[in-house]
Design a protein around this ligand. Structure first.
Ligand SMILES: [Zn+2]
Length: 46
């Protein structure tokens, strides 16, 4: 699942919510940051 964060209202928007429009459905901002997939890197400190 690709997710975006609106830089204006800080909401997380999924690609489904975004649809074909490249703007925030909440505040109509066009500045969205693409978030990385939820991969958590665990680095073990030894
Ligand atoms: Zn927004």
């Amino acid at each position: 699942m690709v997710e975006y964060r609106c830089v204006n209202c800080k909401k997380i928007i999924t690609l489904d919510e975004l649809g074909s429009k490249a703007k925030c459905p909440y505040c109509s901002s066009k500045i969205l940051i693409k978030l990385r997939p939820k991969v958590v890197k665990l680095v073990k400190a030894r």
